[in-house]
Design a protein. Sequence first.
Length: 264
Amino acid sequence: MKHDNQNIILKTDQLSIGYTSKKKQNIIASNINISIKKGQLIGLIGANGIGKSTLIRTLSNVQNPLKGDIFINNKIMNQYNGLELAKVMSLVLTENVSSKNLSVFELVALGRQPYTNWVGSLSENDIEKVNQALEYTNISNLKDSTCFELSDGQLQKVMLARALAQDTELIILDEPTTHLDMYHKAYILKLLQKLTQETGKTIIFSSHEIDLAIQLCDTVIVMTDDGVISDQPSNLIAKGVFNSLFPKDLIAFDEKSGSFKVKK
């Protein structure tokens, strides 16, 4: 059991997520108990409006849980200070990048902030980490480009590179394939899979690309109105979990192909 705990990078215990306004709680999901193993690619899926972004923001400490605990490396997350947490977990949200006037190298180098001195000077090791992140994401040729010149797909790779340069065990991304075409959606998620295999990092991402998540992820977290469940895709298929994701009047899950099909 101790060995199993050492292999778990993130765990929740009776977690409830949502919002508090005027002393009233709006609970989106409750009793969330998931364990994320190190070195895996984890996809978080569910219907629109089910609360995926709220769960991502709660797991990444952007907003507080309503109830329960989140553990990172068996330590309660709220016991980390900001600098400690930034050396364990990096985050890529869907908000617009406010630093588009920076070069690609400069934006990726912002990932080194937890390690640089108070004036932000990059050491040789910092520069090496930045260049390594550019290589991993196949954008070394763009390092001198200004970020506002980039396509959405290129910019998404830059943001991923910044998270890699931060050199954390855990990377969390909210909808990394938003605004991308089908090819670039597959490209980004395939890249995430490759990164977990080559770096040993754990990557959690939320997505509407359910078919791709089933094909590429080691574990899938599924949010439904009935609760939150996580398991290997093959086990979730066997349990019929994907059959309950959407109303059955228009689309159905085909267990043989592992994908959704429009009803004729």
